[in-house]
Design a protein around this ligand. Sequence first.
Ligand SMILES: [Zn+2]
Length: 420
Amino acid sequence: MYDLLLRHCRLLQTDQTIAEVDIAVEQGKISAIAPHLPGNAKITLDIHKHLVSPPFVESHLHLDSALTAGEPRWNQSGTLFEGIEIWRERKQNLSLEDVKQRAIATLKQQATQGVLFVRSHVDVSEASLTALQALLEIREAVKSWITLQIVAFPQDGFYGSSQTEILVEKALDLGADVVGGIPHYELTREDGVNSVHQIFALAQKYDRLIDIHCDEIDDEQSRFLEVVAACAIRSGLGSRVSASHTTAFGSYNNAYATKLMGFLQRTQINFIANPLINITLQGRTDTYPKRRGITRVKELWQQGLNVSFGHDCVQDPWYSFGRGNMLDVAFMGLHVCQMTGIAEIDACYDMITRNGAKTLNVEAEYGVEIGKPANLIVLDAKDRYDAICRRSTVCYVIAQGKLLARTEAPRPHWYGTAVC
Ligand SMILES: [Zn+2]
């Protein structure tokens, strides 16, 4: 007898085709997939030919600042830099309980909407490392239903104070999974370059992944991506490296961008674009024409590089909106990046699912396949286009073989007169 049996699924398979199958789960793993599975289960769900997909992957989030919009004041200019100033004020009042409560609320909100893998940056600029301690506890507390990766992120710059470099290393000692950085916010270009070199050195010393906030500015002279690319090529770290944002890439002249693209193809690094936040943060110093402030998502994808989309901020000093829904992210992404061809729409769905899994280096445990952990979601949708178009409800979330959440799709009642 199976533990769980899902009947009449439209399964989005690893090769991206859709198959009508039953899916069985035993001891937390997918034990069988076939057009019709005989036998019984402790729990049987009729999926009614809805889309079954691997879960959403949130590849770029800030859990420590989530749900603080307006505290202590609103971001009036809407810029990245005012956001950093506001967060500097807010983080003086962090406590373990404050961070844990907001982080868990955000993770539950995401998980009920189908997110089961999350990479969160955590600000390690403060000597107390309160936010880090809180998220390390949360990572442990939620591990039976969500995989949380923690990035040691020096929000005020790797060299923002004489202590920050030490704090980043301490965070890795304490168990952060990923080394972060913000070279475009260092005091000088030289500091920015040095910070990237130091991030790679720490990643090698501690055997950790890398995820750098890189060139999140409209300045076409912000060119730390080339430094990340050079370090990735020389170190051979390749797919263990992610460049987040890279919005300046959208402002580079085409001659430079073309040369850079060739280097990037040699690196095999991952790119994370955050369309919800960057369409609002960037372009603030432009008059008109006003830039979109997003990296060259379509071109990177066309060149075969791995690109994922992140939500980035959920109601915090940088982005006052967001409900943790990755379909909202894909929807905004395809608009801002003009990815409206059907293959491009499907690619945007991949950017919130399997591409994110590649970025997080969790591919071995990701995907609806026999033998893998039973992490999957059921959407009120026929296919990837339908899911994004209607921002479909995630009706069921199965995490590690157990039913984690269920949401009813809205069913409007029509009281008007019939037209014909
Ligand atoms: Zn970020």
